[in-house]
Design a protein around this ligand. Structure first.
Ligand SMILES: Nc1ncnc2c1ncn2[C@@H]1O[C@H](COP(=O)(O)OP(=O)(O)OP(=O)(O)O)[C@@H](O)[C@H]1O
Ligand SMILES: [Mg+2]
Length: 240
């Protein structure tokens, strides 16, 4: 991954946020400071992991409280957020807009003010560097779910924001894709937040947050938080 384009460490601050989605109050006074380089986000379906990521991108704004990403207020400086953070959506079809792979990748740069022609050239180079030159003109529609997820990841890696939000990024990737992503996450200079149900992907992280119905149930070193979640799941399900 490309280095962080600033020497300041990335920092996210969330203060007393209330977030309503449809008829559900997802967060009710959530506060967090996120400044570690690798942070895992775990918890049951509906716990609020995707909602947290969407809010940090300014896609869903809180009804009260405030949040800042690298000093940018998500409400008042929303338009500048793509310059500092990028989200890999849980569902690739929520992310992909353009018909071909090269156009989709180029757009991630154009969103960061790279001129179109330059963006197309860099997209082609980026694919070629990864042995995927033949993907450039492929129709996204003709790719499998995992391949589309891979395109989303490539778009994000290429634009190299200071903060990467990866929402269930391993869900559809094949084993080589998972191995490459784990290596990218490990080696990258960016701050990376990963939501996942596969605890092995975050257990070794310096920090893991367990969300439970929109609240922080545990927050600390990855090994301990994952073990606490597993114990709770075992107690609830009776399955060990
Ligand atoms: N599109 C939506 N419209 C309205 N409410 C939603 C929507 N998506 C999610 N919610 C609500 O927000 C709550 C949190 O959902 P969210 O998608 O953030 O959970 P999650 O932790 O990402 O779950 P999963 O593990 O299934 O991805 C859910 O309980 C649901 O009620
Ligand atoms: Mg989710």
């Amino acid at each position: 991954m490309a280095p962080i384009p600033s020497s300041d460490p990335a920092r996210i601050q969330i203060d007393a946020v209330t977030l309503q989605r449809g008829g559900t109050r997802v967060f009710d006074g959530l506060s967090l400071v996120l400044e570690e380089a690798r942070i895992g986000l775990i918890g049951d379906n509906g716990a609020g992991k995707s909602s947290l990521f969407r809010m940090l991108c300014g896609l869903d704004l809180p009804q009260s409280g405030r949040a800042e990403v690298c000093g940018l207020d998500i409400r008042t400086q929303r338009a500048r957020l793509p310059g500092v953070l990028g989200l890999m959506f849980q569902n690739p079809d929520d992310q992909i807009i353009f018909p071909t792979v090269a156009e989709e990748l180029a757009f991630s740069l154009q969103a960061r003010d790279v001129p179109r022609r330059e963006a197309r050239r860099r997209a082609a180079d980026f694919l070629a560097e990864r042995g995927l030159a033949h993907w450039a003109d492929r129709a996204v529609e003709g790719l499998s779910q995992g391949q589309r997820q891979h395109v989303c990841l490539l778009a994000l890696l290429m634009s190299a924001p200071r903060v990467l939000l990866l929402d269930e990024p391993y869900a559809s990737l094949d084993l080589p894709g998972q191995a490459r992503l784990a290596a990218d996450v490990h080696a990258g200079a960016q701050q990376v937040l990963v939501s996942t149900h596969v605890l092995a992907h975050v257990r070794h992280f310096e920090r893991v947050i367990w969300l439970d119905a929109g609240r922080v149930r545990a927050d600390g070193e990855g090994e301990a938080v994952c073990a606490a979640y597993e114990a709770d799941v075992a107690a609830r399900t009776g399955v060990r």
